[in-house]
Design a protein around this ligand. Structure first.
Ligand SMILES: [Cu+2]
Length: 279
């Protein structure tokens, strides 16, 4: 039908499509503005800075999104078929250059702005008073180690196990290392606690494959890479219980790899610590 008649365009189709674009744009903006589905509130300064950066990115890209969709809706409606003959357009080099440049400036600018928040956690050394916690990922549980009253971690004694064909390093503390005598090991599946408002440095390691330590409320996600110790720092300012998950597909039981981070008042933390050493 449409092949024979040149005047086959429908004003109604164009109007409906333009209206759909308008509804799509408005409803998308609505859900972001009222924040129907949103992140849990951040519990550390860096988390808040990451949220601010997220909002900056969202506002800039949101404005571009709205303008682009409204422009599209307008073009669909304005240039609907009225039976006229289509004309060929070769494009516009000046406009191509302008929006390519504008996009580049926007993305590079946001990238430069964001690297501060990113680098803060990863490259800045933790303050000397920071509490150090070793985090160990393994299929499919998290373990932790505290350095005990001396503040020093003992060495592990890795030994070959010739009786097993495939073996994992048992990660046994070296009995000859005095630093390890007071270390507190919180075995696979343990919950970890930190005192509120105290800088914490995590030393993230893996026994087997790559895992990823992720706490939504801290806005921190860091891979646990076999053979590496990756530091990550934060200061949690809101007491509570927050889920720790593995954010790297690490095997069949990946979905089971979760535990909790408790942020406790200093008194509650001391009580918790006593419970751990009593066991
Ligand atoms: Cu994992």
């Amino acid at each position: 039908m449409g092949f024979k008649k040149r005047n086959s365009g429908s004003a109604a189709t164009a109007t409906v499509l333009a209206l759909l674009l308008l509804i799509l744009t408005v409803s998308t903006v609505y859900y972001f503005v009222v924040q129907t589905w949103w992140f849990p509130p951040a519990i550390n300064e860096i988390g808040k800075e990451i949220d601010r950066q997220f909002m900056r990115t969202l506002v800039i890209t949101g404005v571009v999104f709205v303008l682009a969709q409204l422009g599209l809706a307008w073009a669909v409606f304005r240039y609907r078929s009225r039976g006229q003959r289509a004309t060929y357009s070769h494009g516009n080099n000046a406009m191509e250059a302008v929006w390519t440049l504008a996009t580049a400036v926007m993305f590079i600018g946001l990238g430069i702005y964001a690297q501060r928040a990113w680098a803060e956690v990863r490259f800045k050394p933790a303050p000397p008073e920071a509490m150090r916690i070793e985090v160990i990922g393994q299929q499919f549980k998290w373990s932790f180690r505290l350095s005990g009253p001396d503040g020093k971690f003992g060495k592990y004694k890795f030994e070959a196990h010739p009786e097993q064909e495939f073996t994992r390093d048992p990660w046994v503390l070296d009995p000859d290392d005095a630093d390890g005598k007071d270390d507190i090991i919180l075995g696979p599946g343990s919950v970890i606690a930190v005192p509120v408002n105290r800088p914490v440095e995590l030393l993230i390691r893996s026994k087997d494959v790559t895992h990823s330590f992720f706490v939504r409320e801290l806005r921190l996600k860091q891979d646990a890479v076999p053979g590496m110790t990756v530091p990550l720092q934060f200061t949690a300012t809101v007491p509570g219980e927050y889920q720790v998950v593995c954010a790297e597909l690490c095997g069949m039981g990946h979905h089971l790899m979760n535990t909790f981070l408790k942020v406790l008042s200093p008194e509650d933390y001391d009580k918790w610590l006593k419970d751990q050493t009593a066991e």
